[in-house]
Design a protein around this ligand. Structure first.
Ligand code: UD1
Length: 367
């Protein structure tokens, strides 16, 4: 008997998570998998490059939804995914993370009564102004398997009334991919290309609508970063959303080394050798925790509290003076002691597939 899984991805942070899951599925003879790309991220630098580097096969289907408001993108996914599921009905659908594609694919599956596995369930920032928070809440409430990365996720899901039978603390598939890619990333020449010394520079990423869409806030963040660049090189790979704002002009980016979005291995190398990371990304808070690189998160909240409790992450908010003071303190401090949250050990996908195999193939109680 073979069980068919449809794995849906859409945006950059999905690819490294699904890569670990997809590889594990292919190792198991009972499963057949289809990889479906919604096309939410469509530029070669945001999508194709990642498939190559992560050794993901070309998607079996690409819904090519492309540019549009979140509502238009969601509507496109609903319309184009339903016929695929109807034509060749999978036994379960796997979605990862918290992007618009995650929730849209889950909505199509739930309508058709197809079991949903949500990988990276339960994370909560408790900030409903973030599109990702709504995506997380909706995806979780309609999923059948909730695969969780950290204990806070279990607590959140139970507090929302989710049945404990559905909740599985399995670790972090993004860290599976990071650990298995580190040796390859060492061959990247990204430091040489941009003239950087190991441990001698800071890396910045910014793309949250709350930080880059508001001109006053964005200006304040850029001013703190420019000031920091007087102390050490500051490299800033620019996300397309952020680039669109920068291209409108009128910004002061003095001293910042602005780069295009980088591929996975280049970025992993760049992060792993950084003296300091400043970011509003969710995933980077986790990656720097494992890489033991101090991370300042330019947000008021995090849905990944374990990175603050056990990792290298500090929430510093968006006030320019506070950011600068935290950066200076971090630069003056010795390197943090290495720590890794429980189960962030490279085996999360293995645990997930064991659970799915028991439930979908052996039909045994999963607990
Ligand atoms: C999305 C995710 C966010 C994730 C981020 C990582 C949601 C709600 N947000 O945000 O959680 O952290 O991806 O990158 O799903 N664009 C391009 N090329 C592309 C993709 C996008 O130029 O390949 C442009 C779009 O046209 C749009 C802007 O970038 O104008 C933003 O893209 P969008 O997919 O709406 O959200 P992100 O900000 O990338």
């Amino acid at each position: 008997m073979s069980v068919r899984l449809d794995c849906v991805v859409g945006a950059r942070p999905n690819f490294m998570k699904m890569a670990a899951v997809f590889k594990e599925i292919r190792r198991r003879p009972h499963f057949r998998a289809r990889l479906i790309h919604t096309g939410q991220h469509y530029s070669p630098e945001m999508s194709e490059a990642f498939f190559r580097e992560l050794e993901l096969p070309a998607p079996d289907c690409n819904l090519e939804i492309g540019q549009g408001t979140p509502t238009v993108q969601t509507a496109g996914i609903l319309q184009r995914l339903e016929p695929l599921f109807l034509q060749d009905r999978p036994d379960a659908v796997i979605v990862v993370g918290d992007v618009n594609s995650t929730v849209a694919a889950a909505l199509v599956a739930v309508r058709l009564g197809i079991p949903i596995a949500h990988v990276e369930a339960g994370l909560r920032s408790f900030d409903r102004g973030m599109p990702e928070e709504i995506n997380r809440l909706v995806a979780d409430v309609i999923s059948d398997f909730l695969f969780v990365t950290e204990p806070s996720g279990v607590k959140n899901l139970l507090a929302e009334g989710m049945s404990s039978d559905k909740i599985f603390l399995v670790g972090n598939v993004m860290i599976d991919t990071l650990l298995s890619s580190l040796s390859q990333a060492e061959h990247s020449d990204v430091l040489e290309r941009f003239g950087l010394d190991p441990r001698g520079y800071a890396v910045v990423t910014l793309h949250r609508p709350s930080n880059v869409d508001d001109p006053e806030r964005f200006r304040g963040l850029l001013s703190a970063l420019s000031e920091l660049a007087r102390s050490l090189p500051v490299v800033f790979p620019i996300h397309p959303r952020t680039r669109q704002h920068l291209e409108r002009g009128g910004w002061d980016t003095t001293g910042l080394q602005l780069l295009p979005p980088l591929g996975y291995l280049d970025f992993l190398r760049l992060m792993s050798q950084a003296r300091l990371m400043l970011t509003d990304s969710g995933g980077i808070q986790e990656e720097t925790t494992i890489l033991n690189v101090p991370c300042l998160t330019l947000r008021e909240n995090t849905e990944r509290p374990i990175t603050v409790e056990q990792g290298t992450n500090q929430l510093v908010g968006i006030d320019p003076d506070t950011i600068l003071a935290a950066a200076r303190r971090s630069l003056a401090a010795p390197s943090p002691a290495p720590r890794a949250p429980d189960l962030w050990d490279g085996q999360a996908a293995h645990r997930i597939l064991d659970i799915l195999e028991n439930a979908l193939i052996h039909k045994t109680a999963v607990r």
